[in-house]
Design a protein around this ligand. Sequence first.
Ligand code: IMP
Length: 429
Amino acid sequence: MSKIDVLLGLQWGDEGKGKVVDVLAPTYDVIVRFQGGPNAGHTLVFDDKKYVLHCLPSGIFQENTVNLIGNGMVLDPVVLAAEIAEVAEGGFSIVDRLKIAQKTHLILPTHRFLDAAYERRKGKQAIGSTLRGIGPAYTDKVSRHGLRVGDILLPDFDERLQALIDRHQQQLEWLDYSEYDLGSAMIEWHEAITQLREIPQVDDSYFLNDQLSKGKRVLAEGAQGTLLDISYGSYPYVTSSHTITGGVCTGLGVPPSAIGDVFGVFKAYCTRVGGGPFPSELFDETGETIQKNGHEFGATTGRERRCGWLDLVALRYACMINGVTKLFMMKGDVLSGFDTLQIATAYNGVNGEVTNSFPYDVSQSTVSPAYQAVTGWQEDVTSAKEWNDLPNTMKDYITLIEDELKLPISIVSVGPDRNQTIKRDTKVE
Ligand code: IMP
């Protein structure tokens, strides 16, 4: 019996998970997404081409890897159809390599309209949703009104669909939102549903437990990040799914005992897109430089990402919740060129107390980080191939993080390409 390794983000998303899944994919038989939906944008760069995946697991470019959309996700068939067309154009087929869990909930066009309507209602409190219908689709799941992928094969699917759309239209009316064109959106959606009927559906729990009993290597690919988790993130500025290791069990139907390694992915600094608290955020030229050098613009929405220093309080919290066994540090190259770097090691509370814990009321309080200054590095590290190619000051930065988190950093990424990856551990070779 093999175990499922988990790869997930430890910050506010956009840590570079897509790239690293792509690097690891050849060593896995099955790659699975267990939560989230088209709010995610996993960027993969190879052979001078860039792909941004929203629904498809990042193993789709490996010839022998099976990819599964797990039940914990919410699926927009229109986005999936477009993505399949894009990878097909690049010469990659999904035939025999993509499966969808029957219990995955569907995103309807009206979920997107509701997302926009709710955000507008919130005014200044808007969370900066990606407006992909994620929150309303999960709301329908929890309130037991949702439609699942398996339903598209039922004889009364059309009636179920109409009942849900009627419900949504009543909600939209109540929200006084009428800026939408349901007719054309539904034409596109029905076309995508016709394509979706061609994709093999599975019961993900039977499928995955069977794969594990056959000794197959399975990797669960997280989306967003720990600090956007619906329960453990900076609520209410969060997404609507469980982005943490616990979400793997509920999002795929596998027991906790099936979890193997947990790879925690973090950027060498922090970013956040949308609203919400961000204790180590930079509002100065340094933040702008990181944004520019790191190309910190949303892969899904194109929005500017807010940038700040690495936050070890938040990272420690994320490692604890997820049971991280190995760390992967991404975008180390972006920090080249600074004389001094800062790392937040604790928070100063409003009442003068110092804390190492991520606060309950992080969204309301104004904690200010206590920083440790470390020497930066000037060298361009984008062509470094191994640990010893890195400047000593960068090695010190990495070692400090390992010491603070008491976990090994097994991968150091020094650029967007597959090849710009330094592996320090044979387990991830
Ligand atoms: P939603 O999940 O689209 O409703 O967005 C909720 C919050 O999570 C917003 O602040 C988004 O910017 C953020 N968010 C959602 N998905 C991602 C992601 O993949 N990367 C980064 N932020 C995300």
